[in-house]
Design a protein around this ligand. Sequence first.
Ligand SMILES: [Zn+2]
Ligand SMILES: [Zn+2]
Length: 150
Amino acid sequence: MMEVQVTCSQCGSSIEVVPDVHAHKINCDVCGHVQDIKFTTDHEAGILKECPVCSRMDFYKQKDFNRKIGVILFVVAAILSIWTYGLSLVVLYLFDLFLFRKLSMVAICYKCRTNFRKVMNIADIRDFDHEMNDRIVYSDHDFKGKPLSH
Ligand SMILES: [Zn+2]
Ligand SMILES: [Zn+2]
């Protein structure tokens, strides 16, 4: 099931939701703000085409690296490397390479910064584009899911 992390438009807290076509509103646990949300059967199937929050179709993907866990793992590996002659750092590197890079990708809506995890069609979503980001954020341009063309 796709995991959706919405940013509260009122206080900026993150609200975790799973797609449900019958859910039309989400509540912020922190400030109580209620936001509209529009899930489709695509979302329920883990397919991301339209943002359930702002209904835009422009997303980018990036590695979903949990910084906190990364730092802890690195410290543990660095301490262990005293006894393992650096082998634990090699193990950590391989672990990062195979596990984090392959499995954890997150899709993010340019417009409202909603995060989507476990997206089935993640391969269709492009990498972050600075120009697209600037045009969406600052001039409110709508690319409708099309890549930037010159
Ligand atoms: Zn809030
Ligand atoms: Zn959005």
